[in-house]
Design a protein around this ligand. Structure first.
Ligand SMILES: Nc1nc2c(ncn2[C@@H]2O[C@H](COP(=O)(O)OP(=O)(O)OP(=O)(O)O)[C@@H](O)[C@H]2O)c(=O)[nH]1
Ligand SMILES: [Mg+2]
Ligand SMILES: [Zn+2]
Length: 218
């Protein structure tokens, strides 16, 4: 009985995600769903890409409470919609559809969605995105691909942030990469520090190429 209820929720969400996908296709919008633990660096990644990527960009901020992240984005002069879930630990496609109606992004724009800080259930909810990115910080430890394989397996790109603190916390690169290799995901990894700026330009270049392929439908 309970399993049936969970399936119903996911099936309903999948239908809404298709509506979002159709809307984005019609309007030429590229949607990027950003996943990661609380404090992993999701907002830092979005802020960095707002600076580095060309073209018009918008942001949908998901948080259980507060407008802290939305305010950071708004201060950059970027249009942003804040979704407060009031306790729910993931975003759903219905809400993204509504947020897009409010944002009315122009044709050709990129829309970033910052999902709720959570390494578990956001990965089960398709938001109709073209690209799913995981921000996985070195500060969380080198065992995360081993312990949370499901989330790692659903993303198109894994960004290892906070590489500047690897030595301080004793991050074992080999162990982290071994976890990715077991999931056949090592080629999806890019390393960066949003503090020192190391790897930021490479990340922007990679995303620019990837988004161009997505737009061509490849
Ligand atoms: N040293 C270092 N700090 C970073 C890096 N990236 C982010 N931070 C810091 O880590 C903290 C959390 O970063 P955020 O970008 O707010 O993380 P978040 O995932 O958006 O956090 P929530 O929205 O609260 O889940 C902030 O104090 C950032 O300045 C990094 O690469 N290196
Ligand atoms: Mg944030
Ligand atoms: Zn959840």
């Amino acid at each position: 009985m309970q399993i049936k209820v969970i399936r119903d929720i996911l099936e309903k969400n999948d239908k809404s995600a298709e509506h979002v996908r159709r809307l984005c296709r019609e309007r030429g919008i590229t949607l990027i769903n950003v996943l990661g633990s609380p404090g992993a660096g999701k907002t830092s990644f979005i802020q960095s890409m707002l600076e580095h990527l060309p073209g018009k960009k918008y942001v949908i901020e998901g948080d259980i409470a507060s407008t802290i992240d939305a305010e950071k984005i708004a201060r950059m002069g970027v249009n942003v919609v804040q979704i407060n879930t009031g306790g729910a630990c993931h975003l759903i496609a219905d809400t993204i559809y509504d947020a897009l109606q409010q944002l009315t992004p122009e044709a050709g724009a990129i829309v970033f969605i910052e999902n709720i800080g959570n390494l578990v259930c956001p990965s089960s909810f398709d938001l109709g995105e073209s690209l799913r990115v995981l921000v996985s910080s070195a500060a969380e430890g080198d065992d995360k691909p081993h312990k949370y394989p499901t989330t790692f397996q659903t993303v198109d790109l894994i960004i290892l942030s906070k590489c500047d603190v690897k030595d301080v916390i004793g991050f074992n690169d080999g162990y982290y990469r071994q976890g990715l290799r077991m999931l056949d995901l090592e080629d999806k990894l890019l390393e960066v520090s949003f503090r020192t700026g190391a790897g930021e330009q490479e990340l922007a270049d990679y995303l620019t190429t990837k988004l161009a392929y997505i737009k061509k439908g490849l």
